[in-house]
Design a protein around this ligand. Structure first.
Ligand SMILES: [Fe+2]
Length: 203
């Protein structure tokens, strides 16, 4: 692909979604994960009163936040056990790789913070830039919690899915350390509300 920096317009979104699909296709465990992260991030944005434009940006960012995993070898990406130290270092490059993949697309400007910063931690010990609390872009903080919650309640190569209540406990114990506590509260509330709606429709 030979894109001239900053000159794309029509079709740039299609390029981004194609890249996201390519990233997902390599890892059956993440099938539909990115789509769900996009949808829940958009819902949380709506609950926070963000503009429709920002909600849409959250949806797109949720879908492509892990695009940099394209650059991670299968042996690491699909490893059934825990990653060793060197493998972790390589895996931790995926936000930066992802940012560089979409950087030539002018329309990706508002997505880049979510791609680069979705593994920062609220206490400032995350990566790649060790940003803390409000230094972490708001949309990246939202994607981070939605990403973690969806990963917890679905099977991964290294563990089986957790129950919703088990996932809530993990999110709440990481509130203020790994994640923005206000966003954790919203994600838990939203998941409880949806579960109640499903139960009502089954009754
Ligand atoms: Fe990631």
């Amino acid at each position: 692909m030979d894109l001239e920096a900053g000159t794309d317009d029509y079709g740039a979104d299609q390029v981004i979604y194609s890249l996201a699909a390519a990233a997902e296709a390599r890892d059956p465990y993440t099938e539909a994960h990115a789509q769900r992260v996009g949808q829940s991030a958009r819902r949380i944005g709506a609950r926070m009163g963000l503009s429709p434009g920002q909600q849409e940006t959250l949806y797109r960012g949720g879908i492509i936040h892990d695009i940099g995993k394209i650059g991670i070898p299968d042996a690491i990406l699909l490893k059934p056990g825990e990653l060793d130290f060197e493998e972790q270092i390589k895996m931790h490059l995926h936000p930066v790789i992802g940012e560089s993949i979409v950087a030539p697309l002018k329309s990706s400007a508002d997505l880049r913070p979510m791609i680069r910063h979705h593994h920062e931690r609220y206490d400032g010990t995350g990566y790649p830039d060790r940003l803390a609390s409000d230094e972490i872009p708001l949309l990246a903080r939202i994607v981070s919690v939605c990403d973690a919650y969806d990963a917890l309640i679905n099977d991964r190569p290294y563990r089986e899915r957790l129950s919703q209540d088990e996932a809530f406990v993990i999110l709440q114990s990481g509130a203020g350390r790994q994640w923005d506590p206000q966003i954790v509260k919203l994600v838990v509330d939203e998941a409880r509300r949806e579960a109640a709606l499903v139960e009502t429709s089954i009754d």
